[in-house]
Design a binder for this molecule. Structure first.
Ligand SMILES: NC(=O)c1ccc[n+]([C@@H]2O[C@H](COP(=O)([O-])OP(=O)(O)OC[C@H]3O[C@@H](n4cnc5c(N)ncnc54)[C@H](O)[C@@H]3O)[C@@H](O)[C@H]2O)c1
Length: 322
């Protein structure tokens, strides 16, 4: 079932929310490349309610029919106990976890004005909570072998936004923040962490009906899963990346810092609101930008601007958290 340098034989993968849509497609694709897969799914409706265990079991049957290896797991990702049980299933079955695809998700839309803020945990618990609850026990197990690939599922709603999706966007944006810190901690232990922002016509993304008169195939989740297989494989050395994937397109999304402006407080005087008002175009000019590898790296870039003009020594450095 493997192909070329993308052989996942002997690898153990967990895919959450793998009973339908994108997760189902990822699980089948990973199994085709030889991975043993824990197919997790609560069997919930789009809003996250309800539960029907058949959904995960049907995907396992499909993988087995194709000659692959998989087991079904029905816990909710939305609690620490559920996350631990999902990872434990992989450890009990095959003794290791190499790949985690955090995919389970739910959706409810409301304009910010009409949103019931007492309800936001319904989405936060599944997307952001789930990302913590499943990833941490898997990560701890990966630490022992100093290898592993963690893939988070975010959304263009976190990076670019859309009307009516403040809770969902915030939950996905929270995952992006988690990824940006975990990538730094994990890199010290040989573990890679990346995120995908998919586009696919699943039941969750069905309203758009964008492809009706364009292409029968372009909305398929199967066109997202090849990137998951690649990011999961040893062929991929990347970490800390966000890829936007859908309809046959794959692109990197990134956060950049423009060259902006700099006024040295000692030699040129304090920055004023008038300085900023006169320089808005320069501040916003994306012709030249940098992509600091961490927030301390960004801050040191700023300190470096000060240092270069004042002839001072290097910055004092950062407190390490183990
Ligand atoms: N479809 C898109 O275009 C799109 C775009 C951006 C992001 N996403 C994200 O991709 C992921 C998959 O979305 P999809 O479109 O395949 O949706 P989907 O509704 O088809 O599938 C989601 C699956 O997650 C499961 N699930 C929900 N809550 C769960 C829980 N608490 N524990 C375990 N499983 C649970 C559901 O039962 C369902 O099978 C989600 O995280 C979604 O937010 C999708």
């Amino acid at each position: 079932m493997s192909a070329g340098g993308l052989d996942l034989s002997g690898r153990v993968a967990i895919v959450t929310g793998a009973g339908a849509g994108l997760g189902r497609s990822h699980a089948i694709a990973l199994a085709r490349y030889g991975a043993k897969v824990v197919v997790n799914d609560l069997g919930a409706a789009v809003d996250g309610t309800g539960g029907s265990p058949e959904r995960a079991s049907e995907v396992v049957d499909e993988i087995r029919r194709q000659g692959g290896i998989a087991v079904a797991e029905h816990s909710s990702v939305a609690t620490p106990e559920g996350g631990a049980a999902i990872v434990q299933r992989a450890l009990d079955e095959w003794g290791r976890v190499d790949i985690v695809v955090n995919n389970a998700g739910n959706l409810e839309l409301a304009s910010f004005a009409k949103l019931d803020v007492r309800e936001i945990d319904k989405l936060f618990d599944v997307h952001l909570g789930g990302a913590f609850y499943v990833t941490q026990p898997a990560y701890r197990s990966m630490l022992e072998r100093r290898s592993g690939s963690i893939i988070f599922t975010i959304s263009g709603l976190a990076t670019f936004g859309n009307l009516g999706a403040s809770t969902y966007s915030a939950a996905k944006g929270g995952i992006l923040g988690l990824m940006n810190t975990l990538k730094l901690e994990a890199a010290r232990h040989g573990i890679r962490v990346n995120a995908i922002a998919p586009m696919a016509q699943t039941r969750m993304g069905d309203d758009a009906n964008l492809y009706a008169e364009v292409s029968r195939r372009a909305g398929s989740p199967d066109l997202v899963s090849p990137a998951v297989v690649y990011l999961a494989s040893d062929l991929c050395e990347l970490t800390g990346e966000v890829w936007s994937i859908g309809s046959g397109s794959v692109a990197r999304l990134f956060t950049g810092r423009t060259a902006g402006i700099f006024k040295h407080p000692d030699t040129e005087g304090d920055l004023t609101a008038e300085d900023i008002a006169q320089s808005v175009d320069l501040i916003r000019d994306t012709t030249s930008f940098t992509m600091p590898e961490s927030w301390p790296a960004e801050w040191e870039m700023v300190v470096d601007l000060v240092r270069r003009q004042s002839g001072a020594g290097p910055a004092s450095g950062w407190t390490e958290v183990s």
